[in-house]
Design a protein around this ligand. Structure first.
Ligand code: MRU
Length: 359
């Protein structure tokens, strides 16, 4: 990804060879600020506060967090992995990355763990980049086919599943970038994605930086747009896909899927292998849904007319607020899954066809 002409990944190793750098996503798009992580606790805090976020990215940052810990306390491998694993419950990529790290490091003598941990974290990050590039390649034909019929393609997306949610390229946005780069007239409806506004802030920022035409809409506008033929396809990312193809994603995704089904609009979900959780079947019953602070609902942050970042209250003082951060879209509402290995039906048979080794 490029920001102001500078190439970025969303997590990278500093020139000193050991500290870890991320972009502070609580400041984007108003400030492009890099954060320096020196300990596993720094990494855990960055994940909890959502300075770094997005399912694939939190996996990669946690992997680097474990590498930071291995420099100073290699014998505390399991405790540190557990501490990092408790930061956010819904996205399976976190557990996936930590399990991969522990499997590589546990058999090694403590003195050998730090070097191997950096090596494995880098492999996880590099794998995510290539995986997301391939998701784009496999999603591109869906957009190309609509554009061939209609002259252009209108996509609706929810939350942020772009390059800042992954190490690079994104999942749901990767086909959009590839379509744009291929000269397809692609336009994107960007759900604002309350309460934290990942769509209005991050997806809009990314698409703008890449030159993709886009329009931010209030979360509740999608159904209306679909009724009036303004949406050709919905593509979203995901935090966990179950064995039977249920999809956990940012709160509000389920309502978009319902509206899409009612209006005959295809509803596709883009995921990397690290988001597939074959150990869970019924997403509604089994996926833990993160409940975040009420302040995310009651307050908003943004720049005032002088560019100073301010936090303002938007709810009546004293009113309680609830903040479930994700919901589950049942497989029956999903038109299909876009992965790095190709596209498939959102079902056990579809997933088994692409990921036989996971069953
Ligand atoms: O709470 P967030 O911002 O981490 O939630 C992010 C999402 O819901 C994304 O859609 C999902 O992680 C896929 S990112 C490629």
């Amino acid at each position: 990804m490029k920001i102001n002409g500078k190439n970025y990944r969303s997590v990278w190793l500093d020139a000193d060879g050991w500290t870890v750098r991320i972009l502070d996503q609580t400041r984007l798009p108003w400030r492009v600020e890099e954060l320096r992580l020196e300990t596993a606790e720094h990494a855990a805090r960055a994940i909890t506060t959502m300075q770094t976020r997005g399912a694939p990215l939190i996996g990669a940052v946690a992997a680097y967090g474990l590498a930071l810990a291995m420099r100073v306390a290699p014998e505390a491998l399991h405790e540190t992995a557990q501490m990092l694993g408790r930061t956010r419950p819904t996205a399976i990529n976190l557990a996936w990355a930590l399990e991969r790290m522990v499997a590589r490091l546990a058999p090694l003598p403590p003195a050998a763990r730090a070097a191997a941990a950096y090596d494995e974290a880098a492999a996880i990050a590099d794998d995510d980049v290539e995986t997301c590039r391939l998701i784009g390649a496999h999603g591109l034909p869906l957009l190309a086919e609509i554009a061939a019929r209609r002259g252009r393609v209108n996509v609706l997306t929810h939350c942020n599943a772009g390059w800042v949610a992954t190490v690079d390229y994104g999942t749901a946005l990767s086909p959009i970038y590839q379509a744009h780069d291929a000269g397809i007239d692609v336009r994107v409806w960007v759900d604002e994605t309350r309460p934290r506004n990942q769509g209005a802030a991050l997806t809009a920022f990314e698409l703008g930086a890449h030159g993709v035409k886009h329009t931010v809409v209030a979360d509740n506008a999608g159904g209306h747009l679909m009724q009036h033929g303004e949406v050709d396809i919905v593509i979203v990312g995901t935090d966990r896909v179950t064995r039977q193809g249920d999809v956990a994603n940012k709160i509000g995704t389920y309502l978009k899927a319902l509206a899409a089904r009612d209006n005959g609009v295809p509803f596709w979900v883009a995921l990397p292998h690290s988001t597939f959780d074959p150990r869970v079947s019924d997403g509604v019953a089994e996926i833990p849904i993160e409940e975040r602070a009420a302040e995310e609902v009651t307050h908003l942050t943004g720049p005032d007319a002088d560019g100073v970042l301010r936090r303002v209250q938007v709810t009546a003082p004293g009113s309680a607020a609830a903040n479930p951060a994700f919901d589950v879209t049942p497989a029956r509402l999903v038109s299909g899954l876009i992965t790095e290995r190709g596209r498939c039906e959102a079902s056990e048979a579809g997933l088994r066809g692409l990921y036989p080794e996971k069953f």
